[in-house]
Design a protein. Sequence first.
Length: 287
Amino acid sequence: MPLAIAVTSPDQVLPDTGRPRVLVLKSPAEQSLEDALAETSATLEHHGFLLVLYPEAAQAPLVRRLYTVRAVLESDRIALIPLPLPPLAVAVLAHQLAQLTDPAHGPQPGPGIAASAARLLTHYVHSGALLGSLSKLDRVPVGVGSHLKSWLPGTHYAVLATPRPQVAKADRPPPGPDFATTLVVARGQLAADWPERTLAPAWRAQGVLQVPLPEASVRWWATPKLVEFAAAIFDAGVLHQLVASVRRERCPWCGLEVLGDRCVLCVAPVPPGIPAPSPPSPMRLVP
């Protein structure tokens, strides 16, 4: 029985991917605390564990609701995982975890490994946007010169948010992944085929998936004139190899196997053992 992967907005679920369903938790404005507790209890009873992904930039009432539900249920089987990613990239990571925990793609990782994998895979998502204005952007460092030039009509900028923030003119695509990815594209009010025509070839994307723009993207990028993109590994076999390549530890509090120095479920620190090597490039994981 696969553990449950949940997000906090319907537009954080990639449509038409044919993968296991990602659950959507309702906001405090849509659901009472009593109903949220009942729904979460039923999810835990059916799945055993619940991994909740949400953006670090999520609204405060939503974050308070998540922590309240976990505290009232007194459950260390709920992992609350804030992600330093733009909205579209959160949807992409939820899709990856759904693939990773799908029994159809091989043995399921344990709940501690799956929760830790969310932190690991964040480093392999290349996310950004093509913007028509940088004037109000504050989530990616932007130089004064770029700010001023972005006021010129027709100027477009390619902004990379993760894994290394960078701002470049659209005619010079930012450096991308050195491993096979699928490019996911969501359009706002900027009419441009730049992701398909320029970025996908430059990043050697294996495919391009068009999806609706998440509602939170306009607020995150501080402009409706954008095309958001995220490149990530969509091959379930490579995802399994990548997670399996990282040294595992045993959480001293709950006993689950985890990756890294902290258990995401019970939030206990994991004492350092033998230094773990850096995660390898996915290019070296497949023949």
